[in-house]
Write a protein that binds this ligand. Structure first.
Ligand code: ATP
Length: 736
């Protein structure tokens, strides 16, 4: 496969959305139209890593063509030999050899270019998948999932021939055409000029028709994307569709896209049919004209019969290069349409420069470990360069899942603050650990701090995470036997998270979603966010997880500004339970271990018991290895699986977006217990929708219109905040 750096376009954050939307829109997408030159550049960027294969393919194609061009001349040789009663052995042997050699080389070329085309599809899909995973969350969520799927699955197929064999076909076809014309000129200039008139008509026609094919192909693809998008939404909401009796309306809506796709494809078919028919008719007319004029010239002794036959063979043979040129121009047009759509995906903003490179490096398998290593080093250098030095604060280690985490502040590492179970998700311990217990930050920790974030391959991290013999690995220890909370040291611990004068909006020109937020999240305890719908609660969590960047103000983790940390470092401190609790593709085990793949069997067993999931899991045919879907577990069980995932991650800050819908008693109990247990040894931030959650919180923030309007405990707020009293009254009503 191609080198990542060659195949990936620069992953620096793209221009702001506003600048992308300048200019005309691509059909049916709302994205800016991509100019032809840029499309060709994209196609070239896919072909470039395979330049050698392409050149070799071209040489083979030219060899086959040369044999094809030689055939009429050899035929003439046969005819001339017949006329003088010579031996036919040599010309017939040459003719047979040309045929056999042509067939063998043709087969080889076919396989080679087919492989090349598949490699290009692979690269294109890889590039797009990396961009999806590295993109800013809201840039990705702003697009329809169905459309994103179509771009990876179907647009890339259009690209394959365009970026591989079509280039060869175009060059080869042109050379064949020019070669045929030269050889025809050598046979007879008068007949050549006659043929040229027909060829010129065909060429002009193609110049006019080809751009139209590209346009309608792009519209057909856009209609297909629209179909993918709506179909995905319809399947997702099938219960609502059926309960609303909306099947006929949905059918009509979906068929609009199907019809549109057919309409544009038919237009494309008609244009192509016209082009082909005119081309072939032009050739037939040329044959008739050559036959008539040639017969006349034979009759007046200007040319021989064998010359006329050889010339006619060339005229018939012209259909080869003309077809090749036509086909490949059509393919190129489709490929350019696809390239435009792929370009739009590559313009999606990434979270940080090199985000996609880092993701690729983390996923390299053993077969190309060297490339992974190089890419990792490059990624590391990128991280180092991007990170301003913050002395005495950051040191990073790789986690069992390859996620770097931030080391604790120097005071905590040096023993002033005991490392509690919630510190590192029960995974690898920072190198600076060796300095624990020493007064102040020792040389080891200082060195670690100087080194800054170090990203390791997952394998390396697992090695480092191995506990001394006889001792359970840290991941087993902390989840199964949490160390006691260091309550006596709490006052000396800096807050785990701070938000200072933070204002954020989702897009330029929109109203800020949150304004002037001042917030301190202590290292332990439960902080609840309450407020009416649209008050900005979810936005607060998005900011904490760095899905959204503040427009002004600053967030800090352990006193370190977010700007000085990588996204992975920030996120390694959190576990996030979404309100919708989506399942990730895979088995129940995959879902449980998603955030912390290194969690031990014992910890898994423990959370299954704690969250009342064991019975359900035992009842499934493959137990933990049963593929998890939205349908084989109930909504409450899905929520508990998400909670279990968060618990196994053993985060320093648990972010919990409570489900607004009524949850079953078991789940409510599980949530309640989880919050209470975690708040004793880590920070818990909830978006609270249940009275029991609110009442128990150590601190409650009341939000309204994007601002924190009141704060305090439940009892304090009941006395001071009318808005809080209203919210509590509503919760009471909801709680029944
Ligand atoms: N992806 C987004 N793009 C644009 N605006 C958004 C987006 N998400 C939220 N908003 C807007 O930001 C504001 C705050 O929304 P947010 O989701 O944070 O509220 P919330 O308090 O969590 O509401 P709810 O309880 O209904 O989930 C709202 O005005 C909302 O319309």
């Amino acid at each position: 496969m191609s080198d990542l750096n060659e195949s990936a376009t620069p992953s620096s954050p793209a221009a702001p959305r506003s600048s992308q939307t300048a200019g005309p829109e691509a059909p049916g997408t709302g994205d800016p139209a991509v100019p032809t030159r840029e499309r060709l550049t994209i196609l070239w960027s896919f072909a470039r890593p395979y330049l050698r294969v392409l050149v070799f393919g071209l040489v083979l194609a030219l060899a086959v063509s040369a044999m094809g061009l030689a055939s009429p001349m050899v035929t003439k040789w046969v005819l001339d030999t017949l006329e003088v009663d010579g031996s036919l052995r040599d010309p017939v042997l040459v003719l047979a050899a040309l045929m056999v050699l042509g067939a063998v080389i043709g087969w080889f070329q076919w396989v080679m270019l087919g492989t090349l085309a598949e490699n290009i599809v692979y690269d294109a899909r890889r590039r797009m998948i990396l961009r999806y995973l590295g993109a800013r969350v809201f840039a990705l969520l702003g697009r329809s999932p169905g459309e994103l799927v179509t771009r990876v699955t179907s647009d890339t197929v259009l690209l394959n021939q365009a970026a591989s064999s079509s280039v060869i076909g175009l060059i080869n076809g042109s050379i064949m055409l020019i070669g045929s014309l030269i050889l025809m000129g050598r046979l007879d200039m008068v007949l050549l000029l006659t043929t040229m008139a027909a060829v010129a008509v065909v060429v002009v026609l193609f110049i006019v028709l080809m751009p139209r094919i590209s346009k309608v192909e792009e519209k057909a693809q856009a209609a297909l994307s629209g179909l993918g998008s709506e179909l995905e939404g319809t399947v997702r909401a099938i219960k609502t569709v059926k309960s609303s009796g909306a099947e006929p309306r949905r059918f009509a809506g979906l068929m609009r896209h199907v019809g549109e796709s057919r309409r544009f494809s038919l237009t494309s078919v008609r244009i192509q049919a016209t082009a082909w028919t005119v081309a072939m008719s032009g050739l037939e007319i040329a044959v008739i004209m050559v036959l008539a004029l040639g017969a006349y010239r034979v009759s007046i002794g200007e040319i021989t019969v064998s010359t006329l036959i050889a010339f006619l063979l060339y005229v018939w043979g012209l259909s080869g290069p003309i077809m090749e040129l036509t086909q490949n121009l059509t393919t190129l047009q489709s490929g350019m349409a696809a390239a435009g759509r792929i370009r739009q995906i590559e313009q999606m903003e990434v979270e940080s420069p090199g985000a996609d490179v880092a993701i690729a490096a983390g996923r390299q398998d053993a077969a190309d470990a060297d490339a992974a290593e190089r890419e990792l080093r490059r990624a590391d250098r990128g991280v180092e360069a991007a990170k301003p030095a913050v002395p005495g604060t950051i040191s990073a280690v790789a986690t069992g899942s390859g996620r770097p985490v931030i080391a604790p502040p120097a005071a905590e590492r040096a023993g002033a603050v005991p490392a509690n179970g919630g510190w590192e998700r029960g995974r690898a311990r920072p190198e600076a650990d060796s300095s624990a217990g020493s007064p102040g930050a020792g040389p080891a920790s200082a060195a670690a701090e100087r080194r800054g974030p170090a990203v390791e391959r997952p394998g390396q991290a697992v090695e480092r995470n191995r506990a001394p013999e006889g001792e359970p690995a840290r991941s087993q220890r902390s989840a199964a036997h949490p160390e006691p909370a260091a309550s006596d040291h709490r006052d000396r611990q800096p807050p785990v998270l701070e938000m200072r004068a933070v204002t954020a909006r989702y897009a330029p020109g929109m109203e800020p979603a949150v304004r002037d937020i001042e917030l301190v999240v202590p290292r332990h305890g439960h902080l609840a966010l309450v407020g009416s719908s649209g008050a900005g609660k979810t936005t607060m969590l998005s900011l904490m997880l760095r899905f959204l960047e503040p427009e002004s103000g600053e967030l800090r983790l352990d006193g370190v500004p977010y700007g000085a940390l990588t996204h992975a470092q920030v996120r390694s401190a959190f576990a996030y339970v979404e309100q919708e609790t989506p399942v990730v593709p895979g088995t129940i085990r995959d879902n449980l271990l998603f955030t912390n793949p290194g969690a031990s069997e014992e910890s898994v067993d423990e959370v299954l018991d704690r969250l009342f999931l064991r019975e359900k899991v035992e009842a499934l045919p493959q137990r933990l290895d049963t593929p998890l879907s939205e349908t084989n577990v109930s909504g409450g069980q899905r929520q508990r699986i998400s909670l279990a995932r968060a618990l196994l991650a053993d985060p320093r800050v648990l972010l919990l977006d409570e489900a607004t819908a009524q949850v079953d008693g078991i789940t409510e109990n599980a949530i309640h217990e989880t919050i209470a247990e975690r708040a004793g040894r880590a920070a818990v931030v909830t978006i609270a929708h249940r009275l029991s959650t609110v009442i128990d919180a150590d601190q409650i923030l009341v939000m309204d219109g994007g601002r924190i309007v009141d704060r305090g405990t439940h009892d304090e707020l009941l006395g001071t905040s009318p808005l809080y009293r209203d919210l509590v009254a509503a919760l009471r009503i909801n709680a029944g």
